[in-house]
Every structure is written in structure tokens, then in C-alpha cells.
Design a binder for this molecule. Structure first.
Ligand code: 13P
Length: 263
């Protein structure tokens, strides 16, 4: 039996973490947790997620309709995006949306995170694609995100931020933390002259380790058509395996950024 009050407190704790770590500014970001097939707890709209108490947290059904909310509180304006993730991913029990500085900068520059540069990021995330831009609070974002949901546990949202999801609130938050750290390392190593990427063989070994550990969730190691065919994984393809146009675009943008930085 889930203790709702306990989960509300946990949502407030994670809200504090994303706020204190600078992953959200002002009233940005939202968090939700699935507590049964038709009940979800979520952060309210328009409040700082760093200063919430359990009374702030709303309860909605699988359509995002309010089941319970205290006076003055309405569910997040992005609740449709959360609900789409739950609908398409029955294994997911929590969704976190934030605007971390480095990950959002890549999302704004249009550069997906596809460079295998450190083992932990490769194992936890593989690569992170960018879902096409959509107007916040409309069906545009859920629609844009939908096509990536079967393949990844984290996506960038073009010109907006990042979305992560997992089997628990802590794991969904950790995905967001790993994503931001990966983006930060990638950015910094580009400033230092460009990262030395892991080789295809090294990436394949890490993917194999992930499979052996039986880690939950979706990951390019499990779905990448290239990896399945015994070829090098989808790192470098921009999250759409074999789509040469995408990787060319990424290479061009990266070159332009480095030129601007005088590298
Ligand atoms: P809410 O406060 O409505 O959840 O919106 C915050 C946000 O970040 C929208 O993208």
C-alpha cells in the first residue's frame, strides 16, 4: 500500500534538489509519480519547485484530470507530457522535467548528445536525442516526444529543456542528473579542444555490461538496429540510427560552434 503523504514529501525533496542544483529557474520544471493505474501525484503549476510542501501536490487521473488539489493549486501545465509517457511506457513510475543549463543549451543549439565520452553516460543513457520543438502545455510536446519513448529514458526538448523517466522517482531524477553531467562534460571537453571519444569496441563492451547487469528501462543498447545487426551502435547517429543527414548536420553544427569558440 503506497503512503501518499510519504511520496508527496519525496516529490518536494526532489523539487528542492532540482532547484538547488540550478536545473530549474524560478517556477520552472515539474515532477510526477504514478501511484496506481489511474492515480498520479504531480507538482502544481506556477510555483517554485524548490519551496514546495506536501499540501502543494495535486492528484490527477490518467487523463490528467484533477482528482484532488488544495485550494489555489492546479496540476502542472505540462501534465499531458507526463501522461503520454505513462501511457506509452507501462514500466515508468515517475517523470521529471527540468531545464538544466548544459542539457538545455544543447537542446537550443540543436545538438543531440551522441558522443560516447565516458562509461557511466554510455551505460546509463546511451545517446540522447532531441524531440522536435512544441509549444509548452499543448499536445505538440507529447506528440514530439512520443516517437522516442520506446527507445530512450531521457530526451532533450528542442529550445526548451529535458525530460527523464524511470521506474522510481529517485531513478528518474538520477537520469536527469546523469544527462546534465554528460552534457556538461561534452561542452567542457569541446572547449578544451574536443573530446576523445570511446571507440566502437569500447562502447560495445559497455553496452554488453549494461545487458549483463540487466538494467531496467530503454536504452540504445537494446533497440539500436545497428547494435542488433552486430554493427557499431547508434552513437553518432543523432538518435535516429542510420540517418546520415542527421549526423552530417550535427557535425556541421559542432564545427560552427568550435569555429565560433576559435578552436
Ligand atoms: P508548470 O509550473 O506548469 O509545471 O510549468 C513549468 C515548466 O517548466 C513548463 O515547461
Amino acid at each position: 500500500m503506497v503512503n501518499e503523504y510519504e511520496i508527496k514529501k519525496q516529490i518536494c525533496d526532489i523539487g528542492k534538489r532540482i532547484y538547488n542544483k540550478g536545473m530549474v529557474a524560478s517556477n520552472d520544471g515539474n515532477i510526477s509519480v504514478k501511484i496506481s493505474e489511474n492515480e498520479f501525484l504531480c507538482t502544481p503549476t506556477g510555483v517554485s519547485k524548490g519551496f514546495m510542501t506536501p499540501e502543494y501536490i495535486c492528484k490527477v487521473d490518467r487523463d490528467g484530470k484533477v482528482i484532488q488539489a488544495n485550494p489555489g493549486f492546479k496540476p502542472s501545465s505540462e501534465i499531458k507530457m507526463h501522461m503520454r509517457v505513462y501511457r506509452e511506457r507501462p514500466d515508468v513510475n515517475s517523470v521529471v522535467h527540468a531545464h538544466p543549463l548544459y542539457a538545455t543549451s544543447f537542446a537550443i543549439a540543436g545538438i543531440p548528445l551522441t558522443e560516447p565520452i565516458m562509461p557511466e553516460a554510455v551505460i546509463a543513457l546511451g545517446c540522447v536525442p532531441i524531440a522536435e520543438y512544441g509549444t509548452p502545455s499543448t499536445e505538440e510536446i507529447p506528440d514530439a516526444v512520443a516517437k522516442y519513448l520506446q527507445h530512450y529514458d531521457a530526451v532533450l526538448l528542442a529550445n526548451h529543456g529535458a525530460l527523464s523517466f524511470s521506474d522510481s522517482l529517485l531513478n528518474a531524477y538520477h537520469k536527469m542528473e546523469s544527462l546534465e553531467f554528460y552534457a556538461q562534460l561534452l561542452y567542457q571537453s569541446k572547449v578544451l579542444g574536443g573530446p576523445k571519444q570511446l571507440t566502437d569496441a569500447q562502447v560495445q563492451r559497455l553496452y554488453e555490461i549494461r545487458r549483463q547487469f540487466g538494467l531496467k528501462g530503454k536504452h540504445p543498447a537494446d533497440i539500436c538496429p545497428n547494435a542488433k545487426a552486430g554493427k557499431p551502435s547508434c552513437h553518432g547517429c543523432g538518435g535516429s540510427c542510420g540517418d546520415k543527414a542527421d549526423s552530417d548536420t550535427v557535425a556541421m553544427i559542432t564545427k560552427l560552434v568550435l569555429e565560433q569558440l576559435g578552436k
